[in-house]
Ligand binder design. Structure first.
Ligand SMILES: Nc1ncnc2c1ncn2[C@@H]1O[C@H](COP(=O)(O)OP(=O)(O)OP(=O)(O)O)[C@@H](O)[C@H]1O
Ligand SMILES: [Mg+2]
Length: 469
């Protein structure tokens, strides 16, 4: 089941090869017209996937040779010259399909499978196999670095640590590593270590025996064992409580787990992909993240760039989300070029997730089939207003800043945030009432005893706060 790929861009070639291999093809690759013709003389291929501009010639102009050597072989043409002319020339050759770059790798893999005949692609039978491929959209230079790193971990079980701000696609990368890698037939099990109460983490990860603790009414198999033969995705790893970190480290070192309340060490066969949006190094410095665990996890780091660092990808992502929105039943909309350009200039602090939500809202609210910059500017202004109204903009920014500059460990966030917010609030109220706690409580609209207790908890001295002003 061999496909011949003629592509001189090594990175694109790797991505295509990986996607086609995931579809069950052997890929033979070369990077010139001369090599192509030599290979076609030597053996038969089920399909040809070829770039147009090659160092020694034009893949379309020389298609005659291909037809002569392999008359019935389907040809799929890829091109970076996204002109009408190339598209017409490609279709004149009778090519099975033409893909202007950038193209959806999934769609390419699907097309090759169709071209070859779906029944034979996987040795018969499975013609409705789910399409797998690289689900990540975006071809900017920073994303090429990410793709290259992904391709390097597909044929091994090295531990991967995916880093990047919230909403940059870390989970998607973890899924891609699993789907494209050699464990794809095994399970992909994701655990959000921040979402599990601290006292249940060990039982979640390693399982427990019946009667191990109050409420353990039956044996429970943990995520490590569930992921056997596949991939275990440990998400939000920076929020894991200390004790669980120690247990996790031990499991990683020994390759075995012990269920809570169990005696036996169970050998586990998992590939670990971990992710966090937190900066682990300062956490190591203050002792909230174990350094030895960090080195265990950080074997292959993959850092996702913030969306503002790859603004080139924004138009493609926006159009991708419009397509997804339409597939989910929202009105089908097009994005005008000036609209795409305006989107590309926005800061997107919530990264791809924020862009995605914005596009869905646009699809829903826009009255025109084509979304232009005016519609987008209107929605941006409206969003800002609703987020920033009631003088809330300053607080939003402050909370964001507080959040990203080392918020406290999981389980303590709400109390710490409230304390951080109450302190300046109470001081302002006391200042306005010259330190009179009764009037300050009335101004705030809270009970005087509540105020007194909170001032005590927060160690705020009413007189001191007046002097400071
Ligand atoms: N390159 C991409 N192409 C297409 N969709 C993307 C891409 N990157 C992210 N997305 C989409 O954006 C959303 C957020 O991505 P994801 O959940 O992977 O982010 P994350 O980095 O894990 O965020 P968090 O740190 O908040 O958990 C998802 O809907 C995901 O499918
Ligand atoms: Mg995530």
């Amino acid at each position: 089941m061999s496909v011949l790929l003629v592509e001189d861009d090594a990175t694109i070639a790797i991505v295509i090869t990986t996607a086609l291999e995931a579809e069950g093809f052997d890929v033979v690759r070369c990077d010139s017209i001369a090599a192509r013709d030599r290979l076609l003389q030597e053996r038969r291929f089920k399909a040809l996937v070829t770039d147009v501009m090659l160092t020694d010639g034009d893949g379309i102009e020389t298609i005659g040779t291909v037809r002569a050597l392999a008359p019935d072989m389907p040809v799929i043409i890829l091109s970076a010259q996204n002109t009408l002319d190339t598209a017409v020339r490609a279709s004149d050759t009778g090519a099975f399909e033409y893909f202007p770059k950038p193209f959806d790798i999934d769609e390419l893999a699907r097309t090759v499978r169709q071209a070859v005949g779906s029944a034979s692609a996987r040795g018969g039978g499975e013609d409705e196999a789910p399409a797998v491929g690289l689900p990540l959209v975006g071809r900017s230079a920073p994303m090429q670095v990410v793709y290259r790193m992904i391709t390097r971990v597909l044929r091994n079980d090295l531990t991967v640590l995916v880093l990047g701000e919230s909403g940059t696609g870390k989970e998607l990368v973890a899924e891609a590593i699993h789907q494209l890698g050699h464990r794809k037939d095994g399970p992909f099990v994701a655990v959000n270590t921040a979402a599990i109460p601290a006292e249940l983490i060990e039982s979640e990860l390693f399982g427990h025996e019946k009667g191990a603790f109050t409420g353990a009414v039956a044996r429970h198999i943990g995520k490590f064992e569930q992921a056997g033969g596949g991939t275990l995705f440990l998400d939000e790893i920076g929020d894991m409580p200390m004790q669980a970190q120690t247990r996790l480290l031990r499991a990683l070192q020994s390759g075995t787990v012990r269920r809570v309340g169990g005696r036996e060490e169970v050998r586990v066969d998992v590939r670990i992909v971990a992710a966090t949006n937190r900066d682990l190094e300062p956490m190591i410095a203050v002792g909230t993240f174990r350094e030895d665990l960090f080195y265990r996890l950080n074997v292959v780091p993959i850092t996702l760039p913030a969306l503002r660092e790859r603004a080139d990808d924004i138009p493609a992502l926006a159009r991708h989300f419009l397509t997804l929105a339409a597939a989910e039943g929202l009105p089908r909309r097009q994005l005008s070029d000036d609209g795409a350009a305006l989107l590309a200039r926005q800061p997107w602090r919530g990264n791809v997730r924020e862009l995605r939500n914005f596009i869905y809202r646009l699809a829903l609210l826009s009255r025109e089939d084509s979304i232009d910059s005016e519609t987008i500017a209107g929605l941006i202004a409206q969003t800002r207003r609703s987020e920033g109204d009631a003088d809330g903009a300053g607080i939003d920014t402050a909370v964001e800043h507080w959040w990203s500059s080392g918020r406290p460990p999981s389980g303590q966030v709400y109390d710490a945030a409230l304390a951080a917010f109450e302190r300046p609030l109470f001081i302002a109220a006391l200042r306005e009432t010259s330190g009179n706690q009764l009037r300050a409580a009335q101004l705030l609209g809270i009970n005087r005893n509540t105020l007194r207790k909170r001032l005590h908890d927060l160690a705020i001295d009413p007189q001191e706060s007046l002097r400071r002003s």
